[in-house]
Structures are given as structure tokens and as C-alpha cells.
Design a protein around this ligand. Structure first.
Ligand code: B12
Ligand code: SF4
Length: 499
């Protein structure tokens, strides 16, 4: 039995992220680890990191001659994943093709019904489903056996058939550590600057799955569930020790959706990090209402140097009634102050263009960003629509996504995307005009954001596909020039007054 997994070109990181460092694909590494434990011959091909051409990818398949070819997908990179599956099916039809990952999980039927080259979509966690698929194939593809194989969507007698959801893996400590040995770890360029320490070699880790909250735009509560499953502190530390020893990792990115869902567990992880004297620095994403100053101080002592958290909007109504974020802006003020006192870099997420958001409400967000421009890293996005989320439902109801919208087709005219800056995912536009959205983005970039306008010009031009795109980019250019001119004039005016 041979299973070959691919991260597609451009990859998990999609086009606009490729200037950044490359990161190992944790999901495939977990599945690789369990299949390997079962004695299955498994290969992982990170076509993104290796910058493989389509021809080279085809050759990888011919060389390995797999029984299954599995491809990971996010909504951003879905077209690359589809292309890879189509290509494999054509070049090597003996292999059964499987699509997995967040996009496939949330848009399973859409994928299978529009892309006949996909034999199976695996929904949700892939570890146990892949073992069972391998057993099904080894057992001679027994008729009817697929119906009781939880967590898959496939074509059966011309109809799309989805089996019941797979039960989540309750004890994550039962999973082996991600099989970093299956990828050329040393070829990844994953490094991160730690203040005062320089650029250190980094690695990604997940210590829990799920999030108890349910923000309207987010895929996690549906994809991973609202019951958070957590690895024990001992299991987390054992993986860190292995990463330090085998791969000389110095920075750990904890990619848990809410690392502090259980503050007690965070405290225990910190205690163990200190007790074992592990010389690592780390960053994580937290909910700001679940953190206290003493806990933050302990996290800092144990190596925390960078902390991300979402406020999403400065407006109380948008945050708590529309997004369902359920956080108070006073928690933001406190947490930023504590980060400053403890010398931790605060990275705050903000989003513009929520359903019903008015210009005045958006001003509340941009004012906060401007207020804290010297003390935080602000990560900004225009609201993206992801499949399976409550926001997708709203978007369809409001006609932001056309009635016949499919995630598998490129809808250039009917929907708004901004691939150069925001990826190839439909944006949610409601009350704010395009000119207002552009102004908000540029005001953020003038406040120290990293939206490099000039570097993006060639890619903007190559991304224009429709009259709508052309108009939007023209509006953006006009707003940019207007704001730039205003700034130049006000600087000059100040100089004249001073003189
Ligand atoms: C780390 C991470 C990143 C890293 C990626 C680095 C990397 N190479 O891992 C960075 C910071 C670059 C990043 C960027 C972005 N991300 Co991100 N990210 C994550 C995060 C927090 C963890 C991913 C991870 O490692 N998961 C752990 C592994 C174990 O899970 P997994 O990858 O899903 O794999 C499991 C299953 O999906 C399945 N599976 C996966 N692939 C396959 C393939 C096969 C064949 C099979 C059978 C099964 C299978 O089995 C795996 C094991 O159970 C997730 C949230 C989350 N909870 O997963 C968001 C998440 C993936 N990101 C998301 C988003 C939206 C983004 C951004 C668009 C954010 C932004 N606004 O810019 C960008 C764009 C990136 C892109 N091209 O898609 C969304 C994706 C939603 C969607 N429908 O695609 C998620 C789900 C967050 C969310 N809550 O909405 N991200
Ligand atoms: S945005 Fe964060 S807090 Fe909200 S549901 Fe997603 S992971 Fe949970």
C-alpha cells in the first residue's frame, strides 16, 4: 500500500504568502505519522517549498506509483489543489485521488460535484479516515463498505454521497508527533526574528484542536468543533524537546486557535518549560478575555515574546452582535499595556467590512489602530467569506455570493476578490463603499502597516480579469494618491507654520 501526499505549488501559503518563509504542513505530517505507524509506505511531497513544476510533480507520481494520492487544500489555494488532482488523474489514473484540509472539509459536496477527478473528499481530521481508506483498498474495495466509513464524500452511482461526520479524536496524546522526518526539514526557510536574539530557526506546533467560541467568519468551530481537545502539558513538552534536539528549533509557533482556552494548562506548560530549562522562545494566539497579568508574566518568563489576539472591530455592536466575538475593548487596552510592561510584541487582528458595518463604526476601528500605531503590530484584512461559516450563509442571503455560486469555479465578475493583497477568496462588501474600504486600508498602511503599494503594482496589473477588477483598482489608486497628497500638503503646511 503506497500513499503519496502533496502540498500544492504556491501551497498552503498561497501566492501572496510566498515571500514569507515556508512552513512544514502539520496536517499531512500528522497523517503521515499515523500511516507510517500502521506500516503503510507514505511519502509527503511539499511542492510549495520545493518549488516543483507541474512536470516535476507528475514525475514524482510516476516514480512512486502510489495507490492513493492525497492533496491538502485551503480555500485560498483550492485552485492549485484542484489542478494537481486533475493532473494526477489524467497522468496516472491507477491512483485514487483524495482531497482533504479545511477547504475540502467545509465544501466537500461542492468539490466532488464539480471536480470529477476527485475520488474522495476526507472531511475533518484525516488520521483515522485515511487508515480506514487504506484498509478498504487492501481489503479489495468491498462493496458497500464505504457507506460505513465516516467522514468521506464521494460519487456513488452518479450521486454525491456523504457519510456521517467522523468522531473527533478525543485524546490527542494518542497521536504520534508529526512526522517531520518525512519532509526535508532543513530545506524549510522558517526563521523568525526574536527581539534581542536575532533570526532564529522556527517550527510550528498544535497543542489543541477546536475553539469554544463561534465568530461568524471563522471555520474552526465547524471544522474542528467547539469542544476543545487538548494535549497534556507533558506531551507538549516531549514534542518540544524532540524538536530542539533533532532540529535545533529555537522558536515555537503555537498555532492553536485559542492557546489559552484553558489558562491552567498554559500555566502548567510554562512550569514545565522552566523546569526543563528549555531554551526556546515562543508565540501563540490567545483570547484576550482569558488572560491575566500574572499568567502573562509567567508566559514571558517561559519564553513568550510575541502574542496575537483578535479584536476584529473597534465597534461594540459589530464585535459582539454581528461577529459574535464577545470581547470587551477594555481587555484590549489592558492586554496591550501588560505586553508593553512585560516587553512582549502584541499583534492585534482587525477586519473591515462586516455585515451592516457603517463608515462611523469602521472609524472606531481605524482610530484604535492609529492610537496604538507605535505599540502594536496590526494585522488587517477585508472580511473574507469561507465555506461552511455563518458568514457564508449571510453572504448568500444578501446576494454577496450569487445564487449559483460554486467554490470550484472562478467567478471573476459576480464576486469581489483582491488576489494581490487579500488572496483569491470572495470579500464581503455590504454598507461600506469600495472607496471607503480603500481609504481604511491605506490609512492603516500610512500608520505603519506593511501594505507595500509599489511592490504590488506588477501583480495588481496581472490580476485584473474583469471590468469590475479594473474599476476597483482604479478607485484604490485614486484614493491612495488623494491620501498621499493630503499627507504631503499637511506636512508642508506644518513646515510653513513652524517657519
Ligand atoms: C498555521 C496556519 C496558517 C499558517 C500556514 C502555515 C502552514 N504551512 O501550516 C499561516 C500563518 C501562513 C496561515 C495563513 C493563512 N491562513 Co491559516 N491557519 C493556520 C492554522 C492556525 C493551523 C493550521 C494547522 O497547522 N493545523 C493543524 C493540522 C493538524 O490541521 P489541518 O492542516 O487542517 O489538517 C488536518 C485536516 O484538515 C486533514 N487534512 C488536511 N490536509 C489533508 C489532506 C488529505 C489528503 C487528507 C485525507 C486530510 C487532510 O487532516 C489533518 C489532520 O487531522 C489554521 C487553523 C486550524 N485550526 O487548523 C488556520 C487556517 C487553516 N487558516 C485559515 C486562513 C483563512 C488563513 C489566511 C487566509 C489568513 C489571512 N487572512 O491571511 C492565510 C492564507 C493561507 C492559505 N494559503 O490558505 C483558515 C482556512 C479556512 C479555509 N476554509 O481555508 C483556517 C482554518 C483558520 C480559520 N479558523 O478559519 N495559516
Ligand atoms: S476567530 Fe478565534 S475565537 Fe473566534 S471562533 Fe475562530 S478561533 Fe475561535
Amino acid at each position: 500500500m503506497k500513499v503519496q501526499f502533496f502540498v500544492p505549488p504556491g501551497g498552503y501559503l498561497a501566492e501572496r504568502w510566498t515571500k514569507g518563509s515556508t512552513m512544514p504542513p502539520l496536517g499531512l505530517l500528522y497523517i503521515g505519522a499515523v500511516l507510517d505507524r500502521e506500516g503503510i509506505d507514505v511519502r509527503i511531497v511539499p511542492a510549495d517549498m520545493k518549488k516543483l513544476s507541474w512536470k516535476e510533480i507528475r514525475q514524482e507520481v510516476f516514480d512512486f506509483q502510489p495507490d492513493f494520492v492525497g492533496v491538502t487544500s485551503t480555500t485560498e489555494n483550492r485552485f492549485q489543489s484542484f489542478k494537481l488532482i486533475r493532473m494526477v488523474k489524467k497522468a496516472y489514473p491507477q491512483a485514487l485521488t483524495i482531497l482533504g484540509g479545511p477547504h475540502a472539509s467545509m465544501a466537500a459536496e461542492d468539490c466532488v460535484s464539480h471536480i470529477p477527478e476527485i475520488d474522495f473528499v476526507v472531511r475533518g481530521e484525516g488520521e483515522n479516515t485515511m487508515i480506514e481508506l487504506c484498509k478498504w483498498l487492501e481489503g479489495g474495495k468491498k462493496h458497500g463498505a464505504l457507506d460505513s466509513l465516516a467522514g468521506i464524500t464521494f460519487r456513488k452511482e452518479g450521486q454525491i454521497h456523504s457519510t456521517p461526520p467522523r468522531a473527533p479524536i478525543l485524546n490527542l496524546d494518542d497521536l504520534p508527533f508529526p512526522a517531520f522526518r518525512l519532509i526535508p526539514f532543513e530545506d524549510y526557510s522558517f526563521r523568525f526574528p526574536v527581539p534581542g536574539k536575532g533570526d532564529l530557526s522556527a517550527v510550528n506546533m498544535m497543542t489543541s484542536r477546536g475553539c469554544p467560541f463561534d465568530c461568524n467568519f471563522c471555520a474552526t468551530p465547524i471544522n474542528w468543533g467547539r469542544h476543545v481537545r487538548m494535549r497534556s502539558p507533558e506531551n507538549v513538552i516531549a514534542e518540544i524537546e524532540q524538536l530542539v534536539e533533532r532540529y535545533q528549533s529555537r522558536v515555537i509557533f503555537f498555532f492553536d486557535d485559542t492557546f489559552n482556552a484553558n489558562p491552567k494548562r498554559v500555566e502548567q506548560i510554562c512550569d514545565l518549560l522552566l523546569e526543563r530549562k528549555l531554551d526556546v522562545y515562543w508565540k501563540c494566539d490567545v483570547r484576550m478575555d482569558l488572560i491575566s497579568k500574572p499568567l502573562l508574566a509567567k508566559m514571558k518568563e517561559a519564553g513568550l515574546f510575541h502574542l496575537s489576539f483578535g479584536l476584529e472591530s473597534g465597534s461594540e455592536r459589530i464585535r459582539n452582535q454581528i461577529i459574535n466575538k464577545k470581547v470587551d475593548v477594555k481587555d484590549l487596552h489592558n492586554l496591550i499595556r501588560w505586553c508593553q510592561e512585560l516587553d512582549i510584541v502584541p499583534n492585534v487582528f482587525f477586519i473591515f467590512s462586516h455585515p451592516t458595518e457603517t463608515w462611523e463604526e469602521a472609524q472606531e476601528t481605524i482610530h484604535l489602530i492609529e492610537q496604538y500605531k507605535n505599540s502594536i503590530e496590526a494585522s488587517i484584512a477585508i472580511l473574507h467569506i469561507y465555506p461552511g461559516t455563518p458568514l457564508e450563509k449571510t453572504a448568500r442571503e444578501k446576494g454577496v455570493l450569487p445564487e449559483d455560486f460554486s467554490w470550484a469555479k472562478k467567478y471573476r465578475k459576480a464576486i469581489i476578490t483582491l488576489p494581490t493583497a487579500q488572496g483569491d477568496v470572495p470579500l464581503f462588501k455590504d454598507k461600506l463603499t469600495w472607496a471607503q474600504i480603500s481609504e481604511l486600508l491605506f490609512r492603516w498602511s500610512f500608520s505603519g502597516g506593511t501594505f507595500s503599494v509599489y511592490r504590488k503594482i506588477p501583480r495588481v496589473i496581472s490580476n485584473i480579469r474583469s471590468g469590475g477588477d479594473f474599476i476597483r483598482y482604479t478607485v484604490m489608486a485614486w484614493i491612495y494618491l488623494k491620501l498621499k497628497l493630503k499627507r504631503l500638503l499637511s506636512a508642508k503646511w506644518n513646515l510653513v507654520i513652524k517657519k
